[in-house]
Structure formats: C-alpha cells, structure tokens
Design a binder for this molecule. Structure first.
Ligand code: UD1
Ligand code: CA
Length: 455
C-alpha cells in the first residue's frame, strides 16, 4: 500500500455558528478552516483529497481552488460512516485513507503521519485524546489487555462508560480495502439513528485487525469548531504558535499576544515588531527590519534595516534596505521602493517605482509613476494619473526636485535634475536641468486699503 488518500468530512450544517456561511468556510488566520485541512493533506503528500460536502456545497466549491480536490456530495447527513461512504467509489482499493474533518483545522502533519504509518491490512491508526471533561465525545473502550475494542458515542454510553476520559477525536487512518468491506456493514440502530464511522473500530477488533492508538501533542490539534467561541480559541492558539515561531527565528515582539499572522511571514534576525501589527499574505522581513505599532503589512518584501513607522499600511510592495516608511503611510500594490528611500506621513503610493535615495516625505499621492534616484518630492505633490477613463504615467529622472503643492498631470515626464516651482500645475514635459514654474505670477500692490465695516 503506497498511495495516501485523504477524506475530509465537511457536510454538516454547523448551526451553532449562527451563520449564513457553511461552518468550514469560517476562517482561522485569514484562511477558511477547510483550506487549512486541505493544505495539511497536501503537506502529507496525499495523492487524492476528497471533500465530502452537503450543506452549502456550492459555496464551499466556489471558494475552494478546484485543483486536486475531488468532491463527493452527501445530500442527507446520515452520519459520519455514511459521509465517508460517499467518497468510497473514488478511493483506489490499495490506498491508505486518512479521515479528517473540515471543522478540525489545526492538526499537525507530524501527528497525522504517525497515524498513517500504522495503516496496513493488519492494522489501522486511531487518534485519541484524554480530556478532563470528555462530555459529548465518543469514548474509547479497551479490554483487560488494554487493547481498543470499540468506541461508544456519548448518547449510547452507559454511566460506567461515560466515566472513560479517553475519547475519539474522529481522526483515523485505515486501508481503503477495509473501509470498502466494513462501511456497508454499518447499521443505524443507535440513539441518534446515524451510521457511525466509529463502529468500524468494533468490526476491526472483531476481525483481529490491530488498532494502533496515537495522541496529539496538544489538545488544540484535535479541537473542533462548533461555535464562534471555539473559533476564537483556535485563532488565539494559532497566533500564539506563530508568535513563538517568530521569536525563535530571531524577532522581538513587543507583545506576543498582539501580533496576528494571516498568511506566511518570514523574518530575519533582530527584527522588531511592535504591538497590533497584522501580517497578511506572503510577507518577508529581512534582518534588522522594524515595524511600528498598528501597521498592516500584506504581500510585501522588506529589505534589511528598513523601518516601517506607526500606523502604516504596506500592501503589495517591495521595499529595499535602509528605507523609512511612515508614520501614516499607505503603500499600495505595485509600489517598489529602492534602498534608502523615504516615504513619510500621509503619503499614498500605487504602481510607483521610487529610485535609490529618493524622498516623498509628506502629504502626497504618487501613482503610476517612475522616479529616478535622489528625487525630492515636496509636500502636497499629486500625480494626476487618471482622466476619468484611463491611467497615465508620470516619469521623473534622477535628481528631480518637485516643489510643494504641485500637480503633475500625466502623462508627463521630468528629465534629470528638473526643478519644479512650488504650486505648479505641470502639463508638459520638462527638459534636463530646466526649471518649470506654472502658477499665477505674484503681484504686490502698494498702499493697499483694507475694506472697512459699513455702518
Ligand atoms: C464524532 C464522533 C465522536 C467523536 C467526535 C469528535 C461519530 C459517530 N462520532 O461525533 O466519536 O468523539 O466526532 O468531535 O463519528 N459529518 C458529515 N456528514 C454527516 C455527519 C457528520 O459530513 O452525515 C461531519 C460534520 O460536518 C462534522 C463531523 O462530520 O464536521 C463530525 O460530525 P458530528 O455529527 O459533529 O459528530 P460528533 O457527534 O461530534
Ligand atoms: Ca461534533
């Protein structure tokens, strides 16, 4: 048996979420729970991933990238055994099958690998956990020799069985051949009138198939989400883990409880992250980067020693080393800041390439623009890139100096070492070394008599 197939149960309604959205689409760290599980299956090298869906099936399919996931529709939720049976026809006979749940998002691959490695014609792997309060879970029953003999659901359990604290996580790994043999044998004559997947354990024990039990390193790994409280608990656990990882990798966090990573964040050494920073998408911070408080950093690459000051938003930007951004800056997608650049407060950039050593220090909008090296953009400069229909570029050569409160009406190009007088509205290209002034000329009027108040 070589190939691994993962079946993910995700057909339930999740009514306790009180949501129009299927439960498995609720997010942990910005990603739908189901996608966490799919990604885990990929990490395990699954050859097939089978999602069993029912409630909100169309929504689930619409939001899940189709590549590599096969869907099985469970029209009526007749129990976990019935759910797995819907995926059976798609499972090769010689596959090892791992059963996961769309609402149990954070199981570690290592934990599951240990389970999968147990699967053969003679044995299966079962993930259990021992809880202080086992209420609601299926209980693991063992014989005098300590071998697992069956699982009894809470609602079917005797008082004595309810005292057992080792419970079923629901996660198990078993050969497809066995599933195909055993699932059709399930009956629904039990307290809930459901086809219980858990009943295959008694069948396995009966047939002399060994039941190898593994336990997760942490309870949260097998914690399912039934309501928004549990969703928030898992979110916090996830974030604590991420914070721990960042610190291990050399970042100082002002408060490990006040940084949120919703995506993939990589950090170099001596990175400083102040409080209330949210990272989204793919972000990489080189050595000695610092991020001030209350920043949102999304899909960005930030070079060595660059400082992002408080309250800045960096989105879809590539920033070189030794740059300074913010406070209160907003870099939008397509922004490329070279080394030693400065983008200051209340500056917005979009599709802007800014050359080495250039500065846009205050109150400006620079969009669809290319700036050379050592350009100085004065306060209140606006690239007028949009005529209401089309967008146009503004180009500046090296050493350009733009006076404050300038409107650059694109398309327009300023050659090297151009100077623009403050308050100009520039509509025509300016040649190398030229000064352009485009504003009303100042008149000074002598002996000006101020108006006086009429009686
Ligand atoms: C199940 C286990 C129980 C275990 C517990 C762990 C069974 C019979 N019981 O109980 O031993 O301790 O999980 O949380 O398996 N689902 C479907 N289709 C169905 C039924 C369920 O897709 O027809 C999905 C649900 O969406 C859910 C998961 O399977 O994600 C578990 O189903 P649920 O009914 O919640 O099982 P439990 O009663 O919690
Ligand atoms: Ca449940």
């Amino acid at each position: 048996m070589t190939s691994l197939h993962v079946v993910i149960l995700a057909a339930g309604q999740g009514s306790r979420m009180k949501s129009a959205m299927p439960k498995v689409l609720h997010r942990i760290a910005g990603k739908p729970m189901l996608h966490h599980v799919i990604d885990t299956a990929r990490t395990l090298g699954a050859e097939g991933i089978h999602g069993v869906i029912g409630h909100g099936a169309d929504q689930v399919k619409a939001i899940t990238p189709a590549d590599g996931v096969q869907w099985a529709l469970q029209e009526q939720q007749l129990g976990t055994g019935h759910a797995v049976a819907q995926a059976l026809p798609a499972l090769p006979d010689d596959a090892r099958v791992l059963i996961l749940y769309g609402d149990v998002p954070l199981t570690r691959p290592e934990t599951l690998e240990a389970l999968v490695s147990q699967v053969s014609e003679d044995s299966l792997g079962l993930l259990t956990v021992t809880l202080d309060n086992p209420d609601g879970y299926g209980r693991i029953l063992r014989n005098e020799a300590g071998q697992v003999t069956s699982i009894v659901e809470q609602k079917d359990a005797t008082e004595a069985q309810k005292t057992v604290t080792e419970v079923n996580t629901g996660i198990l790994a078993v050969s497809a051949r066995h599933l195909k043999d055993w699932l059709p044998q399930l009956s629904n004559s039990n307290a809930q009138g459901e086809y219980y997947l858990t009943d295959i354990i008694a069948i396995a024990a009966d047939r002399g198939v060994g039941i190898a039990v593994a336990q997760p390193g942490n309870e949260y790994e097998v914690q399912g989400v039934n309501n928004r409280l549990q969703l928030a608990e898992l979110e916090r656990w996830y974030q604590r883990q991420e914070a721990g990882r960042l610190m291990t990798e050399g970042a100082t966090l002002a408060d490990p409880g006040r940084v949120d990573v919703r995506g993939n964040l990589s950090v170099g050494q001596d990175v400083l992250i102040d409080i209330n920073v949210v990272f989204e998408g793919n972000v990489s911070l080189a050595n000695d980067v610092s991020i001030g408080p209350n920043c949102v950093i999304r899909d960005a690459t930030i070079g060595r020693g660059t400082h992002i000051e408080a309250n800045s938003i960096v989105d879809g930007a590539v920033i070189g080393s030794g740059a300074q951004v913010g406070p209160f800056a907003r870099l939008r997608p397509g922004t490329k800041l070279a080394d030693s650049t400065k983008v200051g407060n209340f500056v917005e950039t979009k599709k802007a390439e800014v050359g080495e050593g250039s500065k846009i220090n205050h109150l400006s909008y620079v969009g669809d623009a290319t700036l050379g090296r050592n350009v100085n953009v004065g306060a209140g400069t606006i690239t007028c890139n949009y005529d209401g229909v089309n967008k146009y570029r503004t180009v500046m050569g090296d050493g350009v100096f733009v006076g404050s409160n300038t409107a650059l009406v694109a398309p327009v190009s300023l050659a090297d070492n151009v100077t623009i007088g403050a308050g100009s509205t520039i509509t025509r290209d300016v040649g190398t070394g030229e000064l352009a002034v485009a504003r009303g000329r100042q008149r000074n009027i002598n002996n000006w008599e101020r108006p006086v108040k009429k009686d």
